[in-house]
Write a protein that binds this ligand. Structure first.
Ligand SMILES: *[C@@H]1O[C@H](CO)[C@@H](O)[C@H](O)[C@H]1NC(C)=O
Ligand SMILES: *[C@@H]1O[C@H](CO)[C@@H](O)[C@H](O)[C@H]1NC(C)=O
Ligand SMILES: *[C@@H]1O[C@H](CO)[C@@H](O)[C@H](O)[C@H]1NC(C)=O
Ligand SMILES: *[C@@H]1O[C@H](CO)[C@@H](O)[C@H](O)[C@H]1NC(C)=O
Ligand SMILES: *[C@@H]1O[C@H](CO)[C@@H](O)[C@H](O)[C@H]1NC(C)=O
Length: 422
């Protein structure tokens, strides 16, 4: 009995254990301190927060809203702002005590800006110097060509939060900056994203994208501020091509844009972001979104029509990430309609399947409810196994239902056993 109970408990723990391994949540910690709300906001906007969260042994040099306003007055583009803020994340643990007892009174600390690899020379380091009277000064070091003397114009104000050897948050008086960090980052769009895709197993998708210059332009424009591309592998896209050719020009454009997201997501960020994601095709009423769902270490993307799996990282150089997926993403905005209208060719007299499809279609309200698997039982018959790939999609919904059911059985079994023991 006891063994059974432990077994069930273990199973439950395994089933519900979180899939992400964040060491901490900087957003949550700083939310308790309104004086850092602007700094906190921009950690989120620049996507530095998730990167901080996944690192252990880190120090964040926070500045208050007044100091942030001075930085924002410079109207830097987001990539430069991100560089500047990443100078405020030291890749080592500095509690208040350690800061005041630095060996020889001065040290250089590597920052997250250094870790991006885009910091020239020593511009990714912060100089920390113990000054007279117990003051601690900070300066973002300049490139080696500069004349060497630094003004340590930012100084230690107070310790905000210390979780020893994991994360230390310290307030400093001014924003740290240097010309390299503030310079507009070398245009990443200079990288030809379709060339990158072609070279790594997504040639069919890339070729198609190249034949739609206006669509490609949307991708390259977004590549400056943040872009994640989910490109179907050649096998997946080639088998989809006949269907693609059947779409109208607008639909082709939307389908291609549907495979891009106007935000940079590292793999770690993808794994910790479940939920709806807008795409490059999203435009006001045209939702064109899909759901990201993590299952263990697997990231899946779901539309009402099908579920695809992220199978690999093809390119990841912030602000652009390109991942491979095992199926073409089919937006419901295009395929609900398209897959219902053509009558099944072999049986022109068979009215039954057709009318049941119609009925199902009309049942679904015009304003689509938020995507989730709860309406899949009603939807999957309507989407119909009109070809092989769709049949496979349906079985994935089935698998989910089976999994849900087995989880239910395990949970019920567990509580029955607990109540028997009590
Ligand atoms: C520091 O992080 C490690 C790994 O995430 C964790 O095991 C440990 O409990 C943390 N320490 C504290 C004091 O929170
Ligand atoms: C961190 O905390 C914020 C605010 O409490 C929350 O919105 C966010 O989802 C959390 N992030 C993670 C990865 O748990
Ligand atoms: C930090 O800057 C100060 C002032 O320019 C300088 O004296 C010191 O040598 C620097 N520290 C390091 C480790 O470079
Ligand atoms: C990328 O390269 C391909 C050919 O290699 C070319 O057709 C396409 O226009 C290029 N795209 C950009 C944005 O430069
Ligand atoms: C393309 O459209 C035609 C005419 O509507 C139809 O007969 C054909 O089955 C469609 N092909 C695919 C692959 O959907």
């Amino acid at each position: 009995m006891q063994t059974l109970l432990y077994g069930a408990l273990l199973l439950l723990l395994l089933t519900f254990s979180p899939t992400t391994t964040n060491a901490h949540n900087i957003t949550k910690i700083l939310a308790k301190f309104p004086e850092f709300s602007t700094f906190n906001h921009y950690l989120t906007t620049t996507h530095l927060a998730p990167e901080i969260n996944t690192r252990e042994t880190i120090t964040v040099l926070a500045v208050d809203n007044g100091a942030m306003n001075a930085l924002l007055a410079k109207h830097l583009p987001i990539p430069s702002l991100k560089n500047v803020l990443s100078l405020h994340v030291l890749l080592d643990y500095f509690g208040a005590k350690k800061l005041h007892q630095i060996t020889d009174g001065t040290a250089l600390a590597a920052t997250m800006y250094q870790a991006t690899g885009s910091a020239p020379g020593t511009s990714g380091f912060v100089n920390i110097t113990d000054l007279k009277g117990g003051k601690v000064g900070f300066a973002a070091t300049k490139d080696a060509d500069d004349d060497g003397t630094l003004s340590l114009d930012a100084s230690f104000v107070k310790s905000v939060k210390e979780i020893p050897y994991n994360i230390s948050i310290i307030q400093i008086s001014h924003v740290l900056s240097n010309p390299d960090a503030m310079a507009p980052s070398p245009a990443p769009e200079a990288e030809n994203i379709t060339d990158i895709m072609s070279a790594h197993g997504c040639k069919a998708f890339a070729d198609t994208l190249n034949s739609f210059p206006d669509t490609l332009a949307v991708y390259t424009t977004n590549a400056e501020g943040g872009l994640t591309v989910f490109c179907p592998t050649d096998d997946a896209f080639k088998s989809f091509l006949p269907k693609f050719k059947n779409l109208t020009k607008d639909e082709k454009n939307s389908l291609l844009l549907f495979h891009g997201v106007p935000i940079y997501y590292s793999m770690a960020m993808l794994k910790s972001s479940n939920g709806l994601m807008n795409t490059l095709a999203t435009d006001g009423k045209k939702k064109f979104d899909f759901t990201v769902q993590n299952e263990g270490q697997t990231v899946t993307l779901k539309t009402k029509i099908l579920t695809t799996k992220v199978t690999g990282t093809l390119y990841d150089e912030e602000p652009v990430a390109i991942y491979t997926i095992d199926k073409v993403l089919k937006p419901k905005e295009i395929f609900k309609k398209a897959e219902i209208s053509p009558a099944p060719a072999p049986a022109p007299e068979a009215e039954a399947p057709k009318s049941s499809k119609k009925k199902n279609h009309h049942k679904s309200p015009p304003a689509p409810p938020t995507d989730d698997s709860s309406d899949s039982p009603a939807d999957s018959p309507a989407d119909g196994p009109s070809d092989d790939s769709d049949a496979a999609d349906d079985s994935s919904y089935g698998g989910e239902r089976v999994k849900g059911l087995s989880m239910l059985i395990v949970s019920v079994g567990f509580w029955v056993m607990v109540s028997m023991l009590v």
